[in-house]
Ligand binder design. Structure first.
Ligand code: NAD
Length: 481
């Protein structure tokens, strides 16, 4: 049994009220850890430590030295990847293959990418009217709170913490209450690599309570949030009172469009990885499959065949490619949407039920495909955040684009076609922050990621994210003699 405390000012502390939270392994339903459940006094202490570090030791380090420490965090993550990947799998239920070979290396890469930026964040000189030297300074914002969901606990922490630290901010991390263990492991590494006290703090506790304390806290300058669109709206409302900087990476209902001239084998593979990677608990999951009517029957037959071969298994087995749904509540939510889809008249062509991997335990779900979904049905409109695909027909490219854009969300989209003109035309018309052509779910720290419409605003990763962790100061010097 793992017992973890709060990480404040480079010290491990019990929560002020002495309360703890249990962490459950969704593949075994066992309690694997307890973590501290923070109170207002703990949030205050973390923010005070972050503030003192921001104006003190962290500000005094050179940008290059800061970058070196951020680089080391990435390096240590890679060195401890086996151990940290195991934690990620145990609290989230994702296959160890994904944790060990995709998520943890991507988190490490994110730290190392931004480490390189630390000493390249610079201002400019401006040719103004009159006899003045005018230049800009690009400065950090201050204390950044990173509020992270449970689907990619360490990676989404890295997307926020790495650019924040590289730009000279200090951070308070609030992981999701279901998956706090890898953010706490990152705190271990912060101590090992020698981050000054207060630069990185981790406070655990229920989102509704601790998250709200963060939102209302006058000592926090910026919130970087990933999570549900409704929570994002609450954060935006709450932050208005203290006018915090915010970036919101929210939900999605991303369309994956298969045109009639697509390489159908590749598109079938893309449709399945698009929705079933990460158990569909991926904000950019291709959860709406739009298929040209002329190829629909053949395409869906192949898709159903491939889906039925995908069987969930023990997430700790290196051969498993489909793990456990992250929590009991999430499994219930997914099953509710399956019922709604049936009631509304969609045709179930694969999956549809809870799965048993032979242990009689764990929140496993069969990968599920519904055909003949209409754009008005609930599963075509609401984010399920699970392994459920809704297949919708279209008659021509214009109808495909219209249906793709018929959503409050705009996080990602894809188009499958052999026609280069059509590919770029469709990409230009899709209202989404990321468009994939003949591929799906590809990411790189150098490429920006974020939403259009109610999928949020701001970008994570790439040089664009740095804009959200810095502010610009204009300095005027009178040169009149
Ligand atoms: P959630 O909104 O319930 O929780 C996210 C985080 O916010 C957690 O740390 C939670 O404890 C905290 N929180 C909850 N209530 C809060 C409040 N009132 N004030 C402040 N913080 C609060 O989301 P979730 O269920 O953990 O994650 C799933 C959602 O995240 C999905 O909608 C998914 O699409 C989205 N997501 C988006 C992206 C993206 O980049 N756009 C990436 C991953 C996940």
């Amino acid at each position: 049994m793992i017992n973890r405390k709060l990480f404040i000012n480079n010290e491990w502390r019990d929560a002020a009220g002495g309360k703890t939270l249990n962490v459950v392994n969704p593949a075994t339903e066992e309690i694997i850890a307890t973590v501290a459940s923070a109170e207002q006094a703990d949030v205050d202490a973390a923010v005070a430590a972050a503030r003192a570090a921001f104006t003190g030791p962290w500000a005094k380090l050179s940008a290059r030295e800061r970058g070196r420490l951020v680089w080391k965090l990435g390096e240590r993550l890679l060195e401890k990847a086996d151990e940290i990947a195991a934690l990620e799998t145990q609290h989230n239920g994702k296959p160890i293959f994904e944790s060990r070979h995709i998520e943890i290396p991507a988190a490490a890469e994110c730290f190392q990418y931004y480490a390189g930026w630390a000493d390249k964040i610079q201002g400019e000189t401006i040719p103004v009217k009159g006899n003045y030297l005018t230049y800009t300074l690009r400065e950090p914002i201050g204390v950044v709170a990173a509020i992270v969901p449970w689907n990619f606990p360490l990676l989404l922490t890295a997307w926020k913490v790495a650019p924040a630290l590289a730009a000279g901010n200090t951070v308070v991390i609030k992981p999701a209450s279901q998956t706090p263990l890898t953010a706490l492991a990152l705190a271990d590494l912060a101590l090992e690599v020698g981050l000054p006290p207060g630069v990185l703090n981790v406070i655990t506790g229920p989102g509704s309570k601790v998250g709200q304390m963060i939102v209302e806290h006058p000592g926090i300058d910026k919130i970087a949030f990933t999570g549900d669109t409704s929570t994002g709206k609450q954060i935006m409302r709450g932050s208005a009172e203290t006018l915090k900087h915010i970036t919101l990476e929210l939900g999605g209902k991303s369309p994956n469009i298969v045109l009639a001239d697509a390489d159908l084998e590749a598109a079938v593979r893309g449709a399945t990885t698009g929705i079933f990677y990460g158990k569909g608990e991926v904000c950019a999951a291709g959860s709406r499959l739009l298929v040209d009517t002329s190829i629909k029957d053949a395409f869906l037959e192949k898709l159903a065949e491939r889906t039925k071969k995908m069987v969930p298994g023990d997430p700790m087995n290196p051969k498993t490619r489909l793990g456990a749904i992250a929590s009991k509540g999430q499994l219930e939510r997914v099953l509710r949407y399956v019922d709604i889809a049936k009631q509304e008249g969609a045709d179930l062509i694969a999956g549809g039920s809870r799965a048993d991997i032979g242990t009689g335990k764990g929140y496993f779900m069969q990968p599920t495909v519904f055909a003949n979904v209409t754009p008005q049905m609930t599963i075509a409109r609401e984010e399920i955040f699970g392994p459920v695909l809704a297949a919708i027909d279209f008659a021509d490219v214009e109808e495909a684009i219209a249906r793709a854009n018929d959503s409050i969300y705009g996080l990602a989209a894809a188009v499958w076609t052999r026609d280069i003109k059509k590919a770029h035309y469709v990409a230009s018309r899709l209202q989404a922050g990321t468009v994939w052509i003949n591929t799906y779910n590809i990411y790189d720290t150098a490429a920006p990621f974020g939403g259009y419409k109610q999928s949020g605003f701001g970008r994570e990763m790439s040089m664009h994210a740095l804009e959200h962790y810095t502010q610009v100061k204009s300095v005027w010097v009178d040169l009149n003699m």
